[in-house]
Design a protein around this ligand. Structure first.
Ligand code: SAM
Length: 240
């Protein structure tokens, strides 16, 4: 009988966000595949979880996946974690998940923290339909083209951003999406968690006084801008 591939979410800042089920799985599988064994090692030590780890990351994923599948086919239960949050979401894992599915191996999600979902649900922007854009393209031209598509997007858009680039991205947004409703969610679940809400221009003014730091998720919605209204019920889905 084949083993099971568990996709285990881990805390994104607050250690209390580890679930009892995640703890149990990490303690019982034969191997924990970790994006960075040092990071996961220190997380597991703080959580007092003993596990046998092996490295599994973007650069060895294609090479490592067939070995993982062979072990699963031999009956081993294996867990995959990323540095923080939900594995596979803007993190390695897709290659092995796809291979496991193709091989008929049981793939089991162990849900828990995810920065994108945490930011979305507390953003105050319409959550009923949303798209996740991972990190925006590194090149400004491609980023701006994507932003232009947000101008006619009815769904809320969620993406990850770095503190080093957020000013540049907000400046581009000010040009392309001047009346977008934007939420910058910072340091989620940590001591300095904060949600900054406003237009791109208002957020730029804030960061001019207080430079951005820490981990960031951006949530934005352009419906109000598209409909040219000053207030929005933001309630119940599409209004076409
Ligand atoms: N798989 C992870 C998840 O489920 O959230 C995301 C991994 S992605 C490589 C890392 C990015 O997620 C960070 O650069 C940041 O944009 C966002 N992020 C992770 N933790 C965060 C936190 N505590 N607060 C805000 N953003 C966070």
């Amino acid at each position: 009988m084949s083993g099971t591939l568990y996709l285990v979410a881990t805390p994104i800042g607050n250690l209390e966000d580890i679930t009892p089920r995640a703890r149990k799985i990490l303690e019982t599988v034969s191997t924990v595949l970790a994006e960075d064994t040092r990071n996961t090692g220190s997380l597991l030590a703080k959580l007092d979880i003993k596990a046998k780890m092996r490295s599994y990351h973007d650069h060895n994923e294609v090479h490592a996946a067939p070995h993982v599948i062979a072990e699963l086919e031999d009956g081993a239960d294996i867990a995959l974690v990323s540095d923080a949050g939900t594995p596979v979401i803007a993190d390695p894992g897709f290659v092995v998940v796809r291979a496991a599915v193709a091989a008929g191996i049981n793939v089991v999600p162990i849900p828990g923290p995810c920065a994108a979902i945490s930011a979305l649900i507390a953003s105050g922007l319409p959550p009923e339909r949303f798209i996740f854009e991972n990190f925006l393209p590194p090149k400004s031209g491609r980023r701006k083209t994507l932003m232009q598509s947000f101008a006619i997007e009815r769904r809320t858009v969620v993406f990850y951003e770095s503190p080093h680039r957020i000013i540049k991205v907000l400046a581009e947004m000010k040009e392309i999406l001047p009346r977008a409703e934007v939420v910058v969610a910072r340091e989620l679940t940590k001591m300095h968690e904060e949600f900054l809400r406003g237009t791109p221009e208002e957020l730029l003014a804030h960061f001019a006084k207080k430079p951005p730091k820490g981990e960031i998720v951006v949530v934005l919605n352009t419906r109000k801008m598209q409909d040219n209204v000053s207030d929005d019920s933001c309630g119940d889905g599409d209004d076409e």
